[in-house]
Design a protein around this ligand. Sequence first.
Ligand code: ZN
Length: 270
Amino acid sequence: MRTYTKSAAVLLLCLCSSRASAWHPASYYYTPDYLALKRQIMEEFAHAPAGKFSEFIRRRPPDRGGGQKVLALTFDACDARRHGYNKALIDYLRAEKIPATIFVTGLWIDANRQAFMELAKDPLFEIEDHGLQHRVCSVTGRGMYGVKATKGLGGVIDEMELNARKIQELTGRRPVFFRSATAYTDELSRKVAQRLGMEVVSYDVLSGDAMRESAQQMSRNIINGAREGGIVIMHANHPKWPEVQALKLAVPVLRKRGYTFARLDSFTLH
Ligand SMILES: [Zn+2]
């Protein structure tokens, strides 16, 4: 529960809106109850090893999809300061009535508040946690692909939990899944996510958008990688990337083959 009053929250938001970025001051995030939780978790995991660092920390459950030809299209909304919002992609998903899961960072939320609120209100879309500052969650500080890592165990908790709280406060729904920036993370971070009530999610099908592949190649990647309960990874924060064109090629083929699409929270994951 938040401990500051509504008027204090409004004041903080006003102070913040006067800056170029809508980024909240530390007092917005570091509430006494959050700090107490963080201290407790740091004590619990103080002597735990980092474990393996990988894109695929957890094995794919064999029954995911429940025998159904169902795919989860997932889209990361990473750092909007340099990129933005692929509205055409969202318009396409709405027009085709394709449910999707969107992993958002705190950075992206603050730069796209209105779009974020619209997405969160639409039952077609599931909002999940992509970290407060788009950091690779690694207790040893190991980054990936030039993306910075969190600092220590405390940094991992901040990255996961502060964004989960931010999403919950804005939407009324707490995320149940966490995807680390770049999808790389370590085993201890996964345990921390579970302690916070979230499961770490990676992907099964790499669309190739982040490798700047063509729409044709991306559609081939998605079609060829499709399997029961498969999780496809794409991005929603690059308006110039060809996700829409790729989906326009892939979706009719997948539907012909009997595939349907579902939000990740409707899957059997455990
Ligand atoms: Zn990302």
